[in-house]
Design a protein around this ligand. Structure first.
Ligand SMILES: [Fe+2]
Length: 457
């Protein structure tokens, strides 16, 4: 009996039956489409073959993608099952490398795992799973050049005739956007969504281009038009609503933001890390504009405190610190601050990021929440050009730059605040957040700055 069947693009998959291989393939497609039914698709693969090595491996990847400490044990279990299955039936070299990458990742060696996925792509540029995982870890390593190049190296093997090309175009679009190549990013993103309007990542890439270029009205129109396609999207749809809320903030339309927050961004009281970072970043921005957000911090901060010991992604902990500090939960803050210091001493890819960036950023969040704006400004100012290493997108990390500016304003460091807002106005002249501060800081002055302030007011 053969034990190898081709996936949609012809790559050999070790499976007990063609049905099992097809079910696995559907699971990967569902994962790329960020669909709610991904878990059900994986169950179908298990139902067709209870011991398929790549099903175990995929389950392990999914567990680690939750980025929650409590899922790590399940990831290890899946790794053990994948290893054992690979002993009883011979797997291909590509599959063996996937299992090795899962091992690296579960050990905290995100960099090593990423290198293995990029290695697979050198020989098998059609490996959709390796592509998406490398894209994810390059993103959370804050390395936009590596994310761009990882995609660029495989594009020669893809065109619209290759199954699932649209997802690849969407990922390339996002990589190009984070690298600042907005024109090509928008073209690829629109191509991805043209092929499949249900593709949330391609949709998201174009929204990022519009965010970076200050095209708020277009961004709102783009996301509103595609919203009917998100009914089957998992929690990533909250992040798409977050993007729409950012556009509304930049237009000064805070009622729309609060409505989107309640109806979309926090539609569910989710404890997922991305959902929490969305919430923190919106609530902080709203309050920085003087908007009363009511009791919303408490709900979010409670979940952040529950996850203060996960310590898997420095980017996430930097957000948790803001929420925990805002509600004055000193016990949770002490736990988080001790945790990030411990994480800085551990092995693994994120340790240096915790040491160099997350510790000062978490301390800045704590200082800001306690009203010590001078200390927050000092801490953020010292790491400003290292923030990229936290991972996440430019739009997400902008929260910390806004906090740096606001901390300088609140600390009465007017000269520094003026310099920073002048710099920001060059890049984001259409942002209400920026214009309001520019007008307040430079208003009434003689000369070009004062004239510009009058024009921006
Ligand atoms: Fe985003």
């Amino acid at each position: 009996m053969p034990n190898s069947y081709p996936d949609s693009r012809g790559l050999a998959l070790t499976a007990g039956s063609p049905e099992a291989a097809e079910a696995w393939d559907r699971t990967v497609r569902s994962y790329l489409g960020m669909r709610r039914d991904t878990g059900d698709r994986l169950k179908e693969a298990y139902a067709a073959d209870a011991d398929m090595p790549m099903a175990h491996c995929l389950r392990g990847y999914f567990m680690l993608l939750f980025s929650e400490a409590k899922r790590w044990a399940s990831g290890r279990k899946s790794l053990a099952a994948a290893r054992q299955a690979a002993e009883t039936r011979p797997v291909t070299g590509r599959e063996a490398t996937h299992i090795a990458a899962l091992e690296r990742w579960v050990e905290g060696d995100m960099k090593g795992a990423t290198a293995l996925w990029d290695g697979i792509l050198t020989d098998y540029p059609h490996d959709l799973l390796a592509m998406r995982l490398a894209h994810y870890t390059h993103f959370y390593s804050g390395d936009s050049a590596a994310m761009r190049d990882s995609m660029a190296r495989i594009m020669h093997a893809w065109d619209p005739t290759v199954p699932d090309y649209g997802f690849v175009a969407g990922c390339y679009a996002f990589a190009l956007e984070e690298d600042g190549d907005y024109a090509r990013a928008e073209q690829r993103g629109r191509e991805a969504v043209g092929i499949n309007p249900d593709d949330p990542w391609g949709t998201h890439a174009v929204a990022h281009v519009m965010e970076m270029q200050g095209r708020q009205a277009e961004g709102i129109a783009w996301l509103s038009a595609l919203e009917p396609h998100w009914t089957q999207v998992q929690n990533f749809r909250f992040h798409l609503w977050w993007h729409r809320a950012l556009f509304h903030i930049e237009l000064g339309d805070y009622d729309a933001v609060l409505d989107l927050y309640d109806r979309g961004v926090r539609e569910e009281e989710s404890a997922d890390y991305l959902d929490l970072t969305n919430a923190v970043a919106l609530l902080w921005r709203l309050e920085s504009e003087g908007v009363d957000v009511g009791g919303r911090w408490r709900e979010v901060a409670g979940h952040c405190a529950d996850h203060a010991t996960d310590l898997l992604l420095a980017f996430v902990d930097a957000h948790y610190a803001i929420a925990i500090a805002r509600t004055g939960d000193s016990a949770a803050m002490a736990t988080l601050r001790a945790g990030v210091r411990e994480a800085a001493q551990a092995d693994g890819t994120q340790a240096a990021v915790y040491r160099d960036v997350a510790i000062p950023v978490c301390d800045a969040g704590a200082a800001y929440g306690a009203g010590d704006y001078g200390r927050a400004a000092d801490l953020l100012g010292a790491v400003r050009y290292d923030l990229r290493r936290l991972g996440g997108s430019h739009a997400q990390r902008d929260l910390f730059v806004q906090m740096l500016i606001e901390a300088n304003i609140r600390a009465g460091r007017t000269a520094r605040a003026k310099a920073l807002i002048a710099e920001r106005a060059e890049r984001r002249p259409t942002s209400h957040w920026t214009r309001r501060r520019y007008a307040a800081l430079f208003g009434g002055e003689e000369g070009p700055a004062g004239q510009r302030a009058a024009a921006l007011a």
